[in-house]
Design a binder for this molecule. Structure first.
Ligand code: NOJ
Length: 400
């Protein structure tokens, strides 16, 4: 077996990511909780207890640290911190502060996301992101997160995948059901503007909490690949779904890159992967090289002086050997991007745990399996392997 040395710079973030609603359980004041219990929403199954990480976060962090990871990205749940407008819960703020301290005590550097898809139900009821005052309300929440992040937190993500928020808002406004067979629905432009404004306000609030914090946001990258002759169509398709959000990161301290698969675009738009293509449990084409393309595209749009962090990358599979294979290909692509001069500062796998994949538990992304009844955690072989790479930095290559 030969090896490739991973060319990670000093201080490289090496970790795994989660999000509050997907792992904590009983996020009862959130918009998603209500949606999950509304038969008209057509959601396959509700999140209920999720992984019970609200109570078991110490065990999760113990496992990650033990596996060899040095970084953990998790999110703060707005619906818990501000369960009613203007009513901030000291106990919940203290809870998330304990998580930060708990991570640090275990040698895990916390990367804290302030918004990961869910909003408080009251915020949704007053019209969500496009209602008057929404940006100010988000900024006020971020200000109240100061005790959580002001000390010991190096990286803060304001809003996770704002482009997907705008895409989902577009779907909802048009009353459309579900996603097209390939590509993404058109994002709602009003929501795009609102989340960009919210991000900019949040960046200010985070810097006011502590100017040493590296603050940014994390963009979903679909790796749009132009078929011959479709270069312009592809650029026009991608711009409102991706580039607008990358461009809005100018002035931030880093940009989070999240990718899983690719989407081919022909002269008439997105083209589904062939029937016989390998697919993951999310039905996405198995394409480990995606992250390399995502990093390169992001650097092309924002400029090479913007530090990039892979804040999510991974695979939903029932076959852990495919997970190892996916991460092997993905890390080879990250290494190649670094060697080509792209400033990549970290890699965080999605996900630490099998969790609630927005409507279903079927898509198992976890490095650590979670028993749905007992909540028992069982690290998969891929978890020890990936965690260990942070130390050895030797990526195995096929001897063939
Ligand atoms: C991106 C999202 O941030 C996360 O919540 C989701 O589970 C993963 N992608 C996988 O779809």
């Amino acid at each position: 077996m030969t090896h490739t040395s991973l060319p990670f710079p000093d201080g490289f973030l090496w970790g795994a990511s989660t999000a509050a609603h997907q792992i904590e359980g009983n996020n009862v004041n959130s918009d998603w909780w209500r949606k999950e219990h509304d038969p008209a929403a057509g959601i396959h199954e509700p999140s209920l207890d999720a992984c019970d990480s609200y109570h078991r976060w110490e065990q999760d962090m113990d496992l990650l640290a033990h596996l060899g990871f040095t970084d953990y990205r998790f999110s703060v749940e707005w619906a818990r911190v501000e369960p009613a407008p203007g009513a901030f819960s000291r106990a919940e703020i203290a809870h998330y502060r304990r998580m930060v301290d708990g991570a640090l005590a275990r040698g895990l550097r916390p990367m804290v996301t302030l918004h990961h898809f869910t909003v408080p139900q009251w915020f949704e009821d007053r019209g969500g992101w496009t209602a008057d005052g929404a940006v100010e309300l988000f900024a006020r929440y971020v200000e109240h997160c100061a005790p959580i992040i002001a000390d010991g937190v190096r990286h803060v993500c304001t809003i996770n995948e704002p482009n997907m928020i705008a895409v989902m808002a577009g779907l909802a406004k048009r009353g459309e059901q579900g996603f097209p067979p390939a590509g993404l629905p058109f994002p709602d432009e009003e929501t795009t503007h609102a989340v960009i404004a919210a991000h900019h306000a949040a960046v200010k609030a985070v810097r006011a909490a502590n100017p040493d914090i590296q603050v940014g946001w994390t963009i979903a990258n679909q790796v749009y690949q132009a078929l011959p002759g479709a270069e312009e169509v592809t650029a026009a398709y991608r711009h409102p779904r991706e580039d607008v959000f990358i461009e809005a990161a100018r002035g931030d301290d880093f940009l989070g890159v999240q990718s899983y698969t690719r989407t081919k675009i022909g002269p008439d738009g997105p083209v589904p992967a062939p029937q016989d293509a390998e697919r993951t449990l999310t039905q996405w084409e198995y394409y480990p090289a995606a992250v390399g393309h995502a990093l390169r595209h992001t650097a092309d749009v924002i400029g090479r002086d913007m530090p990039l962090i892979v804040t999510e990358n991974g695979i939903a599979t029932g076959d852990d050997s495919r997970r190892v294979d996916y991460y092997t290909g993905a890390l080879a692509a990250v290494a190649a991007a670094i060697e080509d001069g792209i400033d990549v500062r970290g890699y965080l796998a999605w996900s630490a745990l099998d969790n609630y994949e927005w409507g279903s538990y079927a898509a198992t992304f976890g490095l650590i399996a979670v028993d749905r009844v007992t909540f028992e955690r069982t690290p998969r072989p891929s978890a020890a392997w990936l965690g260990g790479l942070g130390r050895t930095r030797e990526l195995p290559r096929d001897a063939s």
